[in-house]
Design a protein around this ligand. Structure first.
Ligand SMILES: NC(=O)c1ccc[n+]([C@@H]2O[C@H](COP(=O)([O-])OP(=O)(O)OC[C@H]3O[C@@H](n4cnc5c(N)ncnc54)[C@H](OP(=O)(O)O)[C@@H]3O)[C@@H](O)[C@H]2O)c1
Length: 259
């Protein structure tokens, strides 16, 4: 039997990817990478126009089909409706990237419980709901790759981020458990754990340069990551190149957690 070439292994032609948080930041960058590797993409965010604009940009840049849809990942019925829409349009769903996320920073005694809830619901419950919605679909297809976006803060703590670190640690637990639940059905589940990327999420940090500098110094490279630096990890985990990889956390964190 001839072995597949590396080019074949990384090729996503014919695959369909759903990317939550795909309208901007890491989600949009990952969606572009998946499209460059040949996948059709569906981008989700709460704002229809932003998701549609990001999708139009990806379609124009790659020639691959890309659509933007509005959905809130914390709402079960909106998640279900989104997966149904993908199946109606494409008849399949091979890749799910859970990149929708928020971060709110306060010392714990100043942290409003409602904001704690919001961070947990978006980063953890939303990821869980999306995994739940694709589970039967991918198991029936007997293939699929789910990529959950954790963080360097899945593994280490950082002051003023109690909700975020709790949610991101939870994402790894969810990832490992689903890897076991889905393995027999041929569905893989992994996490990417990024370090600091200068997306909208991190704009508040720029207002206090001392804090931004301190975060960068936690990495071995002492710099922000460029947005394209997330793509290789995502294409790898989405593709057949990672066919024996499940339950893993791939740290794209500039050496933060190596310290
Ligand atoms: N940037 C970093 O340094 C970094 C580091 C580690 C991990 N991460 C993780 O990477 C992921 C992406 O972060 P980012 O930096 O790219 O953030 P971003 O630029 O702020 O983008 C966040 C995306 O999530 C969407 N979103 C937020 N809440 C949502 C909801 N309830 N339902 C659907 N979509 C929602 C946003 O669109 P709408 O607001 O329009 O809904 C947007 O598309 C997050 O999980 C984040 O925790 C980021």
């Amino acid at each position: 039997m001839t072995e597949p070439s590396v080019r074949d292994l990384f090729n996503l032609a014919g695959r369909v990817a759903l990317v939550t948080g795909g309208s901007k930041g890491l989600g949009r960058s990952i969606a572009l990478g998946l499209a460059e590797a040949g996948a059709a993409t569906v981008l989700v965010s709460r704002h229809a126009e932003e998701a549609a604009a990001a999708a139009a940009g990806i379609a124009a840049a790659t020639g691959q089909a890309s659509r933007g849809l509005a959905a809130d990942v914390t709402r079960e019925e909106e998640v279900t409706r989104t997966v149904d829409a993908v199946l109606k349009e494409h008849g399949r769903l091979d890749i799910l990237v859970n990149s929708a996320g928020i971060n709110i920073r306060h010392p714990i005694e100043e942290y409003p419980p409602a904001e704690f809830q919001q961070v947990i619901e978006t980063n953890l419950t939303g990821t869980w709901l999306c995994c739940r919605a694709v589970s039967r679909v991918m198991k029936e297809l007997h293939r699929g790759s789910v990529i959950n976006i954790g963080s360097a803060l899945s593994a280490v703590g950082l002051a003023e981020r109690t909700a975020y670190t709790a949610a991101k640690a939870g994402v790894l637990g969810l990832t490992r458990t689903l890897a076991l639940e889905w393995a027999a059905a041929g569905v893989r589940c992994n996490a990417i754990c990024p370090g600091p990327f200068l997306t909208e999420m991190n704009q508040p940090l720029l207002k206090t340069p001392v804090k931004a500098k301190a975060v960068l110094e936690l990495t071995a490279f002492n710099r922000w990551a460029d947005l394209h630096e997330i793509r290789g990890a995502a294409v790898f985990l989405a593709s057949d190149a990672a066919s024996y990889v499940t339950g893993a956390a791939l740290y794209v964190d500039g050496g933060w957690t190596a310290k």
